[in-house]
Write a protein that binds this ligand. Sequence first.
Ligand SMILES: [Zn+2]
Length: 129
Amino acid sequence: MRPSYFLRTIRNNCPRCGKGPVLKNILKRHDRCSNCNFEYSREDGFFIGGIPISYGLISMLWIVPLLLIWMLGWMGLDWLLGLCFGGAIVLPFLTYPYCQCLWLGLYFVFAYNEMPDPTERLGDSETAD
Ligand SMILES: [Zn+2]
């Protein structure tokens, strides 16, 4: 287990070198590291793993706090339902790219044997798809 890969992606850095950004902006992800040329996707559908992370983050950071606020009586049911449904529609679009980044790091925490040697520069032959 190599938690350093996950810690790098929390800061939006490449899990391999820790320098190149994974995300271009809040809505887009790079396909490769600009520093070490590491291809982020491991296979087709790899980044679907970001969906459960997005679900967990939104549940814990949006839905649960709203439910607590509602249970304390600080907000009405109409506001609770509106904010929950609104958040359920908008927040996945905003969090999914970052959750893909987190999934990338989490994947290599456990599959660290698949990580190429960080001391070697990945060549152009590996860039041709
Ligand atoms: Zn890199």
